[in-house]
Ligand binder design. Structure first.
Ligand SMILES: Cc1ncc(COP(=O)(O)O)c(C=O)c1O
Length: 332
């Protein structure tokens, strides 16, 4: 099988990151939940350079970004009666996090369509999107921020695919907040950017008051990033050459897969950025999954991401080049 379903990195962890981890192996003491001074400085510098952030904002490392996505509603003290808005087609953990806190999930791509929405406390956005690869323009992000601030709602922007722009580059929500970061959190991950999914390395940046609140709870909940991983994150955030190299690998795989899918009669929707191709032949996604499986290729059914994905499959760019090279013949 060529596994294009999960989207887990398959290329090596860059050696600069491996050495930083190894050098920090003798770490007998507890790590700082807030992050070491070196890590905090590295995150801040990266956010200024790559998210267009200026002024002062809070930063906090997380144990990968999935744990933050899953626990954010709980960490913010949300619970029954509170509503969490998530995209209509999205990464399943936004829903899981809302349910863990006992909140009600509202799937919507239009906040305006929600009306007054007095019970909404948190809105998730994800650009570039998993699974669709859709990118939200900066003006759209700004409208979301304004809408949320008028109602005292928190906006969490999951930007874990930000470095993977193809036809379009996505903007960070922080870049549209030149009037400060109130109510806004940007969630980042080193899993895809630096092949560090196995290390569990992410961070959140934004509203200093919210970040302080998260830190206070996370300290007592033991949600701290291991010391050697913090050291590895510093190395990863201080080097862009490995990111450029990884992007090239994904760009090459994307070219091969796109051409093979088009030749096989698929339409690729959105997919301007991110780690996936969002493809359809106008049939139920499980029929498409079966069709691929018969050719030795595993893809993810779109229905996993919401009812709106029923006629699409998600195809990840994460298989070794040798395997990707076999796909055109398998689909022909
Ligand atoms: C949209 C989105 N957010 C968050 C994550 C979690 O990534 P990690 O926990 O590896 O940082 C993923 C992983 O695939 C994702 O697709």
């Amino acid at each position: 099988m060529v596994d294009l379903s999960v989207g887990t990195p398959v290329d090596p962890v860059p050696s600069v990151i491996q050495s930083a981890l190894a050098k920090a192996a003798d770490s007998p003491g507890y790590p700082l939940t807030a992050g070491s001074p070196a890590l905090r400085a590295a995150i801040e510098a990266w956010v200024r350079a790559h998210c267009g952030a200026t002024g002062s904002f809070g930063v906090l490392p997380t144990i990968g970004s999935k744990e933050l996505v899953a626990w954010l509603p709980t960490l913010l003290g949300l619970g029954p009666g509170d509503e969490v808005v998530i995209p209509s087609i999205c990464y399943p953990t936004y829903e899981i996090g809302a349910l863990l806190a006992g909140c009600t999930v509202v799937r919507s791509d239009s906040l305006v369509a929600l009306g007054p929405a007095p019970h909404v406390r948190l809105v998730w956005v994800n650009s570039p999107s998993n699974p669709t690869g859709r990118v939200l323009p900066p003006e759209h992000l700004r409208k979301i921020v304004d809408w949320a601030r008028e109602r005292g709602v928190v906006v969490a922007s999951d930007e874990c695919y930000l470095p993977l722009g193809w036809e379009t580059s996505a903007a960070s929500i922080l870049s549209v907040c030149d009037d400060g970061y109130a109510n806004v959190l940007a969630v980042h991950s080193l899993s895809k950017r630096s092949n560090m999914a196995g290390y569990r390395a992410g961070f959140v940046a934004g509203d200093p008051a919210l970040v302080d609140e998260l830190l206070a709870v996370r300290k007592h909940a033991g949600m701290m990033v291991p010391g050697p991983v913090q050291a590895a994150m510093v190395a990863a955030l201080s080097d862009e050459s490995h990111v450029a190299q990884q992007r090239e690998r994904y760009a090459g795989r994307r070219r091969v897969l796109r051409a093979a899918l088009s030749a096989a009669g698929f339409t690729i929707d959105h997919s301007q950025a991110g780690l996936y191709l969002w493809a359809t032949r106008g049939e139920d996604c499980w029929a498409t999954v079966d069709w691929f499986a018969a050719r030795g290729i595993l893809v993810a059914p779109g229905s996993m991401y919401g009812a709106g994905g029923q006629r699409h499959v998600r195809i990840a760019l994460t298989a070794p080049d040798e395997q990707i090279a076999t796909v055109p013949a398998r689909l022909a």
